[in-house]
Design a protein around this ligand. Structure first.
Ligand code: GAP
Length: 523
């Protein structure tokens, strides 16, 4: 939850503000040109901060979501994680009880002349390099006046700072209907449906409920492409645990030795920016993390993002400072990734205690406690909250490769999330090569491998196009294919080629994607 939306900036990282890096520009431009992402309703001018994912972006997203679902939901046994597909429209009372109506705000300021709206804290941080998290509107106004800050666009004077609620309202039903809001986080459905899920699944504590879906925030100044948008996808888990049981996670042994990087509060106070590294087990023994569930998720997230192509030394977990942390939280740890535009949060990990369930109990009058060996318990909650669009940008930037002698830039997506797994190409556009190529393409598709067929232009140009959009393998049908039933697999990363039997192609590609074999093993 972002009652203290301080994100992205902070003593630990800093934003690059107005001077976006050239790498960001390059990757963002490429992502637009190659159809990963573009403005929604573009032919009508669109709406700032609202994007559509094109064919490659949609595939990248689906692969990322599926990888997450398998790793954090489907393969989890103890505790189990159940799934929910809740509504994006929530009633006024629910969001009043959750605190969003009163506190889900950002400080805002507007230009008296051109009427541009800006986040007051961002303006101050960008102009003065000051860290102003948690300051009141009056304090922010004072800083603006004392430093004679003006509108960065037209140079005119600024209004006083006020607070702006980030929720998008909707009227449900005809005139005078019910006031409702688009959900600002998927988590609230999970709390509202908690008792239903528990009863229908006969679930016993501890257990988790996961949800993947859209959330909406009326960001004052959407910026940096997919990093701060108004409509985005979250993948969230609320893990419900008996308060007495938070110290031990039944499957902790599986991640105890995983190394994680943490930027502690003590380090941030000293202005240090290099995280400390320790095992998940040590982080718990040293009392750096509040409970075993938090340590479990930080370890799993480390494994997950490494497997998606974000280098281990380019992300860490930052213990949020007290002024950035909601009053009820037992500790928040943001996963921040180093990007050319500064450090950006892509996962919020929060120990939400029993705050949400307790508030919904009070406001609704419904009993949301559960039975635990004859005892009535309101469980506590540990929540990892993943943003999909921010992760997509991080993957694009960290997998982007400049021309390394091949003559073009390319994306080194890990095969399991690459938008396309293989490109099937006939060496030349001639029968029987084209016919065999098309049949090979159809056969791979029927076997669940996401491939494309291309017979236009020179084979070198087709390889280049495949590299440019990050396709890990090209399958070439050449003059040997009709005689020997062999095809050539070209590896995107090494640009090496290997000849395999056409009958074993599906199996070979599947093994390469799952990592059971490496391309070098085939040489
Ligand atoms: N339920 C907890 C929660 O929503 P959050 O830190 O506000 O926590 C979680 O959001 C994640 O959602 C963030 O780490 C980020 O990846 C993503 N997110 C939040 N606001 C976003 C925005 N305006 N644009 C893109 N992603 C956003």
């Amino acid at each position: 939850m972002v009652f203290m939306e301080g994100k992205g900036k902070s003593k630990s990282g800093g934003r690059k503000g107005k001077e976006e890096s050239s790498l960001f520009d390059k990757v963002w431009t490429l992502a637009n040109h190659r159809g990963f992402v573009f403005p929604s309703a573009e032919i009508y001018g669109g709406i700032a901060g609202i994007y559509d994912l094109g064919p490659l972006g949609a595939k990248l997203k689906n692969n990322l979501v599926q990888a997450w679902r398998e790793f954090f939901v489907l393969r989890e046994t103890n505790p189990p994680v159940y799934e929910l597909d809740g509504s994006t429209i929530l009633p006024y009372d629910a969001l009043k009880a959750s605190g969003h109506l009163d506190s889900f705000t950002d400080p805002t300021v507007s230009c008296l002349k051109c009427k541009k709206w800006m986040r007051a804290d961002h303006l101050i941080e960008d102009s003065l390099g000051l860290y102003v998290e948690g300051l009141s509107p009056e304090e922010l106004t004072k800083i603006i006046r004392e430093n004679n800050l003006v509108c960065p666009d037209c140079g005119d004077g600024l209004s006083d700072v006020s607070v702006f609620n980030l929720m998008l309202g909707v009227q449900v039903g005809p005139a005078g209907g019910q006031t409702a809001f688009l959900r600002p986080e998927t988590a609230q459905d999970i709390f509202l449906d908690f008792k239903r899920v528990q009863q229908s699944m006969r679930a016993k504590l501890p257990f988790g409920i996961a949800q993947i879906g859209r959330s909406y925030r009326n960001e004052i100044s959407p910026r940096q492409g997919l990093i701060r948008v108004r409509e985005f996808t979250q993948m969230e888990i609320e893990m419900f645990v008996h308060p007495r049981e938070l110290g031990s996670h039944p499957s902790f042994g599986r991640v105890r030795d995983v190394r994680i990087r943490i930027l502690t509060r003590g380090q941030q106070m000293k202005g240090e920016i290099e995280p400390v590294e320790m095992s998940a087990g040590e982080s718990l023994e040293k009392g750096i993390l509040p409970n075993a569930y938090m340590a479990y998720y930080l370890a799993k997230e480390t494994l997950f993002y490494k497997s998606l192509g974000i280098p281990y030394d380019k992300f860490h977990f930052r213990h949020m400072m007290p002024e950035e942390t909601p009053f009820y939280s037992g500790g928040n740890f943001d996963l921040e990734v180093e990007l050319s535009i500064g450090r950006k949060e892509i996962v919020g990990n929060a120990y939400r205690t029993s705050y949400d369930l307790s508030n919904h109990m009070k406001k609704s009058g419904k009993d949301l406690s559960v039975d635990f060996d004859g005892e009535k318990v309101v469980p506590e909650v540990v929540e990892p909250s993943f943003g999909v669009e921010r992760a997509i940008y991080c993957i694009l930037e960290h997998c982007y490769r400049e021309d390394d002698g091949r003559g073009w830039s390319w994306f080194q997506f890990p095969p399991k999330i690459a938008p396309l797994t293989a490109l099937v190409v006939p060496l030349v556009r001639k029968e029987p090569l084209t016919d065999i190529s098309f049949k090979t393409y159809e056969n791979l598709k029927e076997n669940g491998i996401d491939v494309e067929y291309d017979d236009r232009g020179s084979v070198g140009k087709r390889y280049a196009r495949a590299d440019e959009i990050g396709i890990p393998f090209c399958v070439t049908i050449d003059y040997d294919t009709p005689k020997a039933n062999t095809v050539t697999i070209r590896d995107r990363d090494s640009r090496k080629q290997v000849v395999v039997n056409r009958d074993s192609l599906t199996e070979t590609i599947s093994k390469l994607v799952s990592g059971v074999i490496k391309f070098e093993d085939l040489l």
